[in-house]
Ligand binder design. Sequence first.
Ligand code: IPE
Ligand code: IPE
Ligand code: MG
Length: 220
Amino acid sequence: MEHLAVIMDGNGRWAEKRHLPRLMGHRAGAEALDRCMHYCKAAGIKYLTVYAFSTENWKRSEEEVSGLMKLLSGFIRSKEQTLVKEKVAFRVIGRRTDLSEKLQAEIAALEEKTRGGEFTLVVALSYGGRDEIVRAAMKFKGGTEADFAACLDTAGIPDPELIIRTSGEQRTSNFLLWQSAYSEYYFTPVLWPDFDQAEFDKAMESFAKRERRKGGRLGR
Ligand code: IPE
Ligand code: IPE
Ligand code: MG
């Protein structure tokens, strides 16, 4: 597998179960992301895309939104050295103009510093599949599907073979609408902060058993 995408859901419920503030769940979720990146690298995966904040998530309380933004900028600052050392390219997809100018500058600086890494971590931030398609349509001058894909935020990134969603919800919630045309889905009731190596292995095993026909017929 070249590209795995994850809808990291269930941070809030993870915290609520423990009578902790939701933000503690997001913090635990950031640690789960760190671990997941290592599982991916060990499995030979080249791209990991994670849904961190959707265009709809702005509707949450001011407290949760600002806490998440702080967590993100903290993640960027604290991870810089490790990402460079481990040759991880960092990339953001989404409507980044929604983010504060400071956060936009931090993101651009980290993307620049980590350019050309062997593994790519793509973070979907203020991301909505419909929004991405509309912005791409405004840039599109006509042509083929490949020409259109080159106008998307994910230009140059292969489509994900597998999309995992944690926490038991079974919907896309506006994630990678164009890119998921032929992606396999894997749903697990496990909450994102609890997603561990055993869960990752289960998802990989499930994927390995699937027959991906992509509209054709195998064996003919
Ligand atoms: C996913 O966890 C992370 C974000 C959307 C930022 P949630 O915050 O949606 O967790 P639940 O779904 O409320 O448990
Ligand atoms: C999707 O989760 C977005 C992220 C994981 C960042 P949500 O929790 O926001 O989605 P819904 O509301 O359950 O559809
Ligand atoms: Mg959720």
